[in-house]
Design a protein around this ligand. Structure first.
Ligand code: PNS
Length: 171
C-alpha cells in the first residue's frame, strides 16, 4: 500500500513545545511526517536563519522515527505534490487562528486539489504558546524552559537574551 505522507509546515522561529506536540500526534496518524520549515512572507525579520530553524527542529524531533525535517523556500502546494504528500497537518489554538488558517487551507487546496488540510486542536497546555511569545519572553530574559525543548533552550537564550547593558534600568 502507498505510504501516507503528511507535512507539518511552519516558520518555526523557533520550534516550540506546542509545535512538537502537533508533530508527535501527526506521527501517530501517518506513515511519514515531514516537518517543513518555510518562508512566511509576512514575517520577514526572523530571529533564526532557515538552517538554524531546520537544525533546531531536527534536534527536538530526533526521537520520532518517522519524522524528517526539510526546508522549502517555495510554495507549500508544490512541495507537497513533489513529495507525494496527501495531507497538511496544522495545530489550531483559538478562534483567532481560524480565519488565517482557513484562508491558507483553501489556497493550498486551490493550488493542489489533492491536498487535504487536517487541523488538530492544540493541547490545552500549549493553547497560549507561539514562537513570538517565546521570542518576546526570551528577549526580556524570562524563563522559556516550559515553552521550548531542553535541547534548544540554550541556543535560543544565547541568541535572544538581552545584552547586559540593555538590561540596565534607566539612570
Ligand atoms: O508558522 P507560520 O508562519 O504560521 O506558517 C505559515 C507558512 C510558512 C506555512 C505559510 O506562510 C506558507 O505556506 N508559506 C509558503 C508559501 C506558500 O505556499 N504560500 C501559500 C499558502 S497561503
Amino acid at each position: 500500500m502507498e505510504k501516507r505522507i503528511a507535512i507539518c509546515p511552519g516558520s518555526f522561529d523557533p520550534i516550540t513545545r506546542g509545535h512538537l506536540d502537533i508533530i508527535e500526534r501527526a506521527a501517530g496518524l501517518f506513515d511519514e511526517v515531514i516537518v517543513l520549515v518555510m518562508v512566511n512572507s509576512t514575517k520577514t525579520n526572523t530571529a533564526f536563519t532557515p538552517s538554524e530553524r531546520v537544525e533546531m527542529a531536527r534536534r527536538v524531533t530526533a526521537h520520532i522515527p518517522n519524522v524528517t525535517v526539510d526546508f522549502s523556500g517555495g510554495l507549500l502546494a508544490d512541495y507537497a505534490r513533489e513529495k507525494g504528500a496527501c495531507t497538511l497537518v496544522k495545530g489550531l489554538r483559538a478562534v483567532t487562528d481560524f480565519e488565517y488558517e482557513f484562508q491558507m487551507a483553501l489556497t493550498n487546496k486551490k493550488l493542489n486539489p489533492k491536498l487535504e488540510t487536517l487541523f488538530l486542536t492544540t493541547d490545552i497546555r500549549y493553547a497560549y504558546l507561539s514562537s513570538s511569545i517565546v521570542r518576546q519572553v526570551a528577549s526580556f530574559n524570562g524563563d522559556i524552559s516550559e515553552f521550548v525543548c531542553s535541547e534548544i533552550l540554550e541556543e535560543i537564550q544565547a541568541r535572544l537574551a538581552p545584552k547586559t547593558e540593555q538590561a540596565q534600568p534607566l539612570a
